[in-house]
Design a protein around this ligand. Sequence first.
Ligand SMILES: Cc1cc2nc3c(=O)[nH]c(=O)nc-3n(C[C@H](O)[C@H](O)[C@H](O)COP(=O)(O)OP(=O)(O)OC[C@H]3O[C@@H](n4cnc5c(N)ncnc54)[C@H](O)[C@@H]3O)c2cc1C
Length: 488
Amino acid sequence: MTSPLQTHPAATQALLQKLGPQKVLTDEPTCFAASFDNMRLSFMPEAVVRPQVEEDIGITLKLANEHRVPVTVRGRGTGNTGASAPIHGGWVIHLDHWNEIIIDPISSMATVQPGAITARINELAAPHGLFFPPDPSSLKYCSIGGNIATNAGGLRAAKYGVVRDYVYALEGFLPTGEKVRWAAPLRKFVSGINLRDLWIGSEGTLGVITKAVLKLVNKPAARRTFLLACATDEIALEAAAELMGQRVNPAVFEFLDTQTVEAAEKRRGQRVFSTEELHGNSKTHAILLVEVDGHPATLAEDAVKVRAWIKKFAVAYRETDIEADAEALWDIRRTCSQAMYALGNAKLNEDIVVPFRNYVALIKFTREIRDRTGLATPTFGHAADGNFHVHIMYDRDNPQHCKAAEQAIHEIMQKVVDLGGAITGEHGIGIAKSPFLTLQHTPAEINAMRAVKHALDPNNILAPGQIFDPLNVWEYRPVKVTLPWDKH
Ligand SMILES: Cc1cc2nc3c(=O)[nH]c(=O)nc-3n(C[C@H](O)[C@H](O)[C@H](O)COP(=O)(O)OP(=O)(O)OC[C@H]3O[C@@H](n4cnc5c(N)ncnc54)[C@H](O)[C@@H]3O)c2cc1C
């Protein structure tokens, strides 16, 4: 059973006195809005701190240490793991209004505040012929601070990598309230132990990021998009491994299994490929979306290789290098996430990773789970790096469904580890995956992580309970709210 949260009225009063009521908000609507992320499990904080100057953050953290108040940092709350939910109450530092972005076209760098929306960086970089490649599907809603703290990935990670590959320097506060700078706005920096990279992906447990210097790269001159249908999931996944072996380096390489395609086609009200294109076959096919980008000359070479590969594996395909037409090819991929709600009113979205050689074993296992439990297991994701979103669709009001979904997730996580994979490739651990940490890591590894946490945060102030303390999320009911990204 869940126990009531401990409160800290004297400490909150002291914080109010130091920072004032404009920066320390205790009203219920503000606290409720900061109490959950996209996982939608709500844990009410006692106050939301909206710092105006850096000093406010130092003051908040020092006071929190003095009074042992838990503090959670919040970006824009799009996280899928409950990592920005204040599970032990206390204070939430909310930085969404810290959103300045400065582009330096000479050094190809962007200096950003943590609340800046990721898509906005690209809007400002584009006129200089530059771009910031990491592109989580949530990029119109999430913040760069959240992206750094989760080491977010995206559709283009296949070719361009993840957020970690684009961070030159970070500034911020240690959990104890001291200001620090990790590295500098320089292309090379190897002075001291690299704590910048320790902060990246640490899910708000090791410090508060207040500024980042990011690497921008030249925008590719052209792109070509291919959408193809394969007769089965297995053929599509074997095809994926083969393309990667041909030294084509797709910027985007997405796999949609037949369960996903069926749901998305229902939502769109039309098939992706017509029965005619599929040579009279009315069965649902698996889909692959491939995009190559770069200099037109290299692109032409890649296109020749991709077409030969398509001939071998696909039943039908389309391709384009026209921007507007590419969007039509992308439509099925953009629809699939929401389309799944036709298969159940709740979903578990597991961002697991498996090695190339085990793609087929994974998809077979998801179907085995579906057949055994009766719960749909639509799976799609990034075929170039094995980071697949395995979903379990269920009815949240049906206790038998919940039990089956909980059991299924445990089995999937175990299977992923057995296949040599990772329990998370981009969302992180948070509370959602905390029960599975010991599947992935040995006690020695977890002890080393805890030792780092303790060294930087001796009073366990920042995001206590996240990552390390297994939480039975099934004891909590998700809040019923409509979030901005739900419609897309
Ligand atoms: C529709 C949808 C699609 C998504 N697609 C992807 C995807 O393709 N790839 C992907 O990687 N993720 C994806 N996500 C998950 C989510 O968008 C990312 O995890 C994102 O990086 C979170 O950013 P945020 O600003 O919302 O952070 P929050 O959810 O607010 O916080 C996430 C974590 O970052 C920490 N944090 C935030 N700001 C700071 C800071 N300034 N200093 C220290 N710690 C901080 C928080 O404490 C928390 O641990 C998706 C989510 C949704 C809803």
